[in-house]
Design a protein around this ligand. Structure first.
Ligand SMILES: *[C@@H]1O[C@H](CO)[C@@H](O)[C@H](O)[C@H]1NC(C)=O
Ligand SMILES: *[C@@H]1O[C@H](CO)[C@@H](O)[C@H](O)[C@H]1NC(C)=O
Ligand SMILES: *[C@@H]1O[C@H](CO)[C@@H](O)[C@H](O)[C@H]1NC(C)=O
Length: 564
């Protein structure tokens, strides 16, 4: 909350600077104001405008190229904001406080988070507690088998993209730290809370102690008939993250029944023993949970699962579904057992470890998470062919794995994090992600093109991964991560001035390496740069970091470098 308040203040400063610019002063044109508008249309228009107190119309000729209808009131000329907005790429809207309208102008649309304390790899990852990866449109759904997002960013059929999966993990890790404790409602724990399961005629249930799970479980068996079911009636509102242990034989399923309280609409989420990712038909949405017949725990955000099923059918996203729906039932069919059934506000730790687990399982021998989609990055650079690696995936992956090791003490995560370092030392042309600036300064490439691009934000995220691992490994180990971090920081501090445009920042250095026009960072990327530099300035006292962060933040409020 503190963070938000600080940003409101800097946003207001930006508005005040901006409003001054809105009124353009028209000097030395006094004689023009006495000349009558000659055309009939003009005078009709200008009378209409004057009636509303808007001055008379005047043509504004823009750079001798085209005209815009403006207004004149004595020696002031007013340009329409719709024109100014497009021409200068600024932002503004009319707001109303206590019945008083005012116009709020801002130079950029992004926020800066000033860190309150030194970055700690055991804590939140930068500002990721504000990320909601699963709601992004380019997330097709959360896999029923892996429990991690499936990306459609560069491939509509969907693929596992390590950067996105790691961001999902880091967001949930961070929310676990910043959010209030979730409300947990037990539906059936086999002991204190026993669900009142309803059993159809040709179905059976029994409660048994399971030695593997070391808990009482509910076994069920239904016949082939669709009417043969075992179900639990519930009435749960507000909380929608379901988790339970399951052990399903083939052809079994769990169905969650959701009801829209206003519209009397019913939605069925079916979790079925198949390997299909997602399939939806009207109000029936199917997620494959795999064919594994051993015990495992699944954790599902039911609202996300419903919205993704609708998106698949091009149905519009529902606003605030968490207030409109309730969980009204659970149905199991086939053969198997369930245990530890509960619903909570959130299950951040489970989502975080789903991401960490995927990173361990999907990691290849060289320590990488290859991207199976083709990627065109910049004109003049060859496309990245499926199987390319990204330093950003490596860095984010390391940030997740280092935290998973810290939380669990399981050295599998630590070893995977250390293995992920290897590709950072392999040149891009050899399938790695390393580039050199002027044959001297190492750069970890988010997109390992030839010639290299030197993308700034992905490089800094990689540095954070290195820092995370180094700190969590413990100071006394001889750390490859530490050496890679130090080398990277030297490159960053050397190259940082090249990213400064005098009024913003460059996203990458393609104008240098590819000889094409520069790629300016749009405001959200520029803000990412500033946030990253503030964070690094807390780790390294070199004044270039803090000075650049402050200057670049000023650019977001319309400040510019001086000219000669
Ligand atoms: C954070 O994770 C711990 C460990 O899993 C859990 O006990 C706690 O309730 C979680 N808190 C939040 C807000 O997610
Ligand atoms: C379900 O619970 C809500 C409050 O949580 C209550 O208002 C409603 O009457 C309940 N519905 C049924 C069918 O029990
Ligand atoms: C599962 O269902 C399919 C078709 O309904 C059937 O062909 C198959 O034999 C079933 N498998 C088992 C193990 O029951």
């Amino acid at each position: 909350m503190m963070l938000v308040r600080i940003n409101m203040r800097s946003a207001l400063v930006a508005l005040c600077v901006g409003v001054l610019l809105l009124t353009l002063f028209w000097s030395r044109c006094g004689e023009l104001s006495h000349r009558p508008i000659s055309s009939t249309i003009g005078s009709v228009l200008s009378n209409a405008l004057s009636d509303r107190g808007g001055g008379e119309e005047i043509e504004c000729l823009i750079n001798g190229e085209y005209s815009v209808a403006c207004r004149r009131d004595r020696d002031q000329v007013y340009l329409p904001f719709s024109f100014i907005q497009k021409y200068f790429e600024v932002y503004g809207k009319i707001t109303s406080t206590d019945g008083v309208d005012r116009f709020e102008w801002s130079h950029s649309y992004s926020k800066i988070y000033h860190p309150k304390k030194k970055y700690d790899p055991r804590g939140t990852f930068t500002t990721f507690e504000n990320y909601n990866v699963e709601v992004r449109e380019r997330v097709k759904c959360i896999s029923g088998i892996e429990g991690v997002p499936v990306s459609t960013q560069w491939e509509p059929r969907g693929f596992y993209y390590a950067t996105q999966i790691a961001q999902f993990g880091l967001a949930h890790y961070s929310k676990n730290i910043t959010e209030p404790e979730p409300r947990v409602r037990i539906m059936d724990d086999g002991e204190k809370v026993l669900g009142n399961w309803i059993v159809s005629k040709d179905a059976t249930i029994s409660r048994e102690y399971d030695s593997e799970l070391k808990a009482n479980v509910l076994k069920f068996s239904t016949s082939e008939l669709a009417s043969s079911q075992v179900w639990l009636k519930v009435n749960i509102t507000q909380d929608f993250v379901l988790s339970l242990n399951i052990m399903f034989k083939p052809n079994s399923s769990l169905t969650v029944v959701l009801q829209n309280k206003d519209k009397k609409e019913t939605v069925y989420l079916h979790y079925v023993t198949s390997n299909q990712l997602i399939y939806a038909q009207d109000d029936h949405i199917y997620y494959g949970i795999g064919t594994e017949t051993r015990w495992r725990r699944i954790t599902r955000d039911l609202i996300i699962d419903m919205q993704k099923g609708w998106a698949l059918q091009d149905r519009p996203k529902l606003k605030s579904p968490r207030n409109k729906f309730k969980i009204s039932g659970l149905v199991v069919s086939g053969r198997g057992a369930v245990a530890g059934v509960r619903v909570s506000t959130s299950e951040h730790t489970a989502h975080f470890f789903a991401a960490a687990g995927w990173l361990v399982r999907a990691q290849r021998a060289r320590g990488g998470w290859p991207v199976p989609a083709r990627r065109h990055v910049a004109p003049g650079a060859a496309d990245l062919r499926p199987g390319w690696h990204s330093a950003m995936s490596q860095g984010h992956g390391i940030s997740v794995l280092a935290r998973a090791y810290y939380r669990s003490g399981d050295s599998t995560y630590l070893r995977a994090a250390q293995r992920a370092l290897l590709l950072l030392d392999v040149p891009s042309h050899a399938g790695g992600v390393k580039a050199l600036w002027m044959d001297k300064y190492v750069w970890y490439e988010e997109y390992p093109t030839t010639p290299p691009l030197f993308v700034l934000n992905g490089f800094i995220y990689t540095l954070l991964g290195l820092y995370d691992l180094h700190v969590i490994e413990g100071e006394n180990s001889i750390s490859l991560a530490k050496k890679m971090f130090d080398d990277g920081m030297t490159s960053l501090k050397t190259l940082l001035p090249l990213f400064d445009t005098g009024s913003g920042s460059f996203y990458d250095l393609r104008h240098f390496t590819l000889g094409i026009s520069p790629n300016l960072a749009r405001w959200d990327y520029h803000a990412t740069h500033v946030n990253q530099l503030y964070l690094l300035a807390g780790l390294d006292p070199d004044p270039i970091l803090i000075n650049t962060a402050r200057r670049w933040e000023g650019y977001m409020q319309g400040k510019r470098a001086a000219h000669n």
